[in-house]
Design a protein around this ligand. Structure first.
Ligand code: PAF
Length: 252
């Protein structure tokens, strides 16, 4: 492939959010590489990994339509010839938010992203801002290790009721899907993180965290019962205007 290369790493089950990353890459680069690899090392819960949706045939068709030039479909032995002996880890922000109840998650993410970036050597790599913590950690990792790829954060793509697009949405029962549609609204309309957490719990979400970091109110919730339970994340921009918000930002 000659000219500039854009790269969109994914775990498949492509949705409109992924397609927007591919469109941006196709627009900004001479060639676009897509990877589809369900990275076991970033799943702290084996059931979560086992349930992760796979729609490979549809993904390949969507990639072709989107103008992708190369699709990488590595397997574990290719990605982890070292059997995960070498790892990339971060010891501050990765322990907060999703890291607090998903131990090891970001070590798996950073390790596989570092490997993929070294394999593809793209000029630009595209990540959705739904995973704001992931985007921030990857950007910091690239700066820290002098990786020359530009990390591009792309806006969250939402369903009409505000639910952020996610491969995990495919796992929602009709009832859970209905509740999930209230996640974004309740997160954004509350005055404080505490109020948002209380409103979400009141609506029926099992709240993992709500916390404002870097001007974004980030949250993870679980919807659905036991083996049907699905974890969702989202974030909204918040302006620190009210005294309550100022105090909360200072305290956190
Ligand atoms: O966001 C994802 O889908 C994954 O965390 C990524 C970046 C492809 C690494 O496996």
């Amino acid at each position: 492939m000659s000219g500039s290369v854009g790269f969109v790493p994914t775990m498949g089950a492509l949705h409109e959010g992924h397609l927007s990353l591919l469109q941006e890459s196709v627009r900004q680069n001479d060639g676009t590489v897509l990877s589809i690899y369900v990275n076991a090392t970033q799943f702290n819960d084996p059931n979560d990994l086992a349930k992760y949706p796979s729609t490979l045939e549809a993904d390949l068709a969507a990639a072709k339509d989107a103008g992708v030039d190369v699709v990488l479909l590595p397997d574990y032995s290719q990605m982890y010839a070292d059997d995960f002996r070498f790892q990339v880890s971060e010891h501050e922000f990765s322990n907060d938010l999703c890291g607090s109840d998903r131990p090891g998650h970001f070590t798996g993410v950073l390790t596989v992203v570092m490997k993929l970036l070294n394999m593809v050597r793209p000029d630009r790599a595209y990540f959705g801002l739904k995973d704001f913590q992931q985007y921030t950690l990857i950007k910091d990792m690239c700066a820290t290790f002098f990786i020359p790829t530009q990390i591009v954060g792309c806006d969250i793509v939402r369903e009409t009721d505000g639910l952020a697009m996610s491969s995990r949405n495919l796992l929602l029962s009709p009832q859970a899907r209905q509740l999930a549609g209230r996640f974004n609204g309740l997160l954004g309309q509350a005055e404080t993180d505490g109020e948002a957490a209380a409103d979400l719990a009141q609506a029926g979400f099992d709240v993992a965290y709500v916390k404002t970091v870097g001007g974004r109110r980030c949250a993870a919730v679980v919807v659905g019962e036991s083996d049907q339970a699905v974890r969702l994340i989202d974030n909204v921009a918040v302006s620190v205007t009210s005294p309550a918000k100022v105090l909360q930002e200072i305290a956190s």
